[in-house]
Ligand binder design. Structure first.
Ligand code: ATP
Ligand code: MG
Length: 219
């Protein structure tokens, strides 16, 4: 069973990484594939370039068994639709491999507005990670979908390639890329919100704002 973790990763931070590790271990996944998006379809475009976001992602996961950077959306023109990404993964991994699309609660709330959401749910299971500031309550349509498709654990997910929705308990870290970018723009250090190696890259490249003096020992 393989986890797919899509996002802007602008930049990647501990709020992505710690929950991803807990899902990897909690569901016994073979790997988590981090898939940075190229062209956003439901939100403003990323600030950092695609190569920089990929470089930060690789720096963040280096040495962590089971974590893989998957650049397939960056190699595709046009809007980064999860539906297309899952079709492409199915071509590579086969039709029977259980896939778990990992999303935070904020992304889950908008799930039915995605491109072809029900086909997405046929192609993969949804594993939803709670997130501070985003409660579990959803609208009637999503509640109905959960009543039909809700799952209570990994054994059920293992037994089908996709189609189920599982809420997975993860550490609640109140961190967002927006907050990190805001700090840097204001000349404040984002230290301890993200891996040191990512912060070093950001500082070296002058990403998101001026270099913060004394923020990192190696720059
Ligand atoms: P931004 O503030 O730019 O939107 P972000 O921190 O929300 O960035 P994204 O790249 O938008 O990060 O999110 C990618 C995925 O990671 C989404 O499914 C999102 O819900 C999830 N996610 C991000 N931060 C957290 C967190 N702190 N806890 C749980 N899930 C998270
Ligand atoms: Mg976000």
């Amino acid at each position: 069973m393989i986890g797919i973790y899509g996002g802007t990763f602008d930049p990647i931070h501990f709020g992505h990484l710690r929950p991803a590790l807990e899902v990897l271990q909690g569901l016994g996944l073979e790997q988590v594939r981090f898939v940075p998006l190229n062209v956003a379809v439901h939100r403003p475009q990323p600030i950092a370039s695609a190569p920089m976001r990929l470089a930060m992602l690789k720096a963040a996961i280096r040495g962590q068994p089971g974590f893989v950077a998957d650049p397939r959306e960056l190699q595709r023109e046009g809007g980064s639709y999860t539906y297309d990404t899952l079709l492409s993964l199915r071509r590579d991994l086969g039709s029977s491999c259980p896939l778990c699309l990992m999303i935070g609660a904020d992304a889950y709330h908008g799930f039915l507005d995605w491109y072809r959401p029900l086909e997405v749910l046929e192609l993969a299971h949804l594993v939803v990670m709670r997130r501070p500031g985003h409660d579990a309550a959803t609208g009637p349509a999503l509640r109905k979908l959960y009543l039909e498709r809700g799952s209570d654990g990994p054994v059920e997910l293992e037994s089908a390639p996709g189609g189920r929705i599982l809420f997975q308990q993860v550490s609640q870290l109140e961190i967002s890329s927006t907050r990190i970018r805001d700090l840097v723009t204001r000349g404040l250090s984002p230290h301890y919100l993200l891996p040191e190696a990512v912060w070093e890259l950001m500082a070296r490249e002058g990403l998101y704002g001026p270099v913060v003096s004394g923020a990192s020992s190696t720059v």
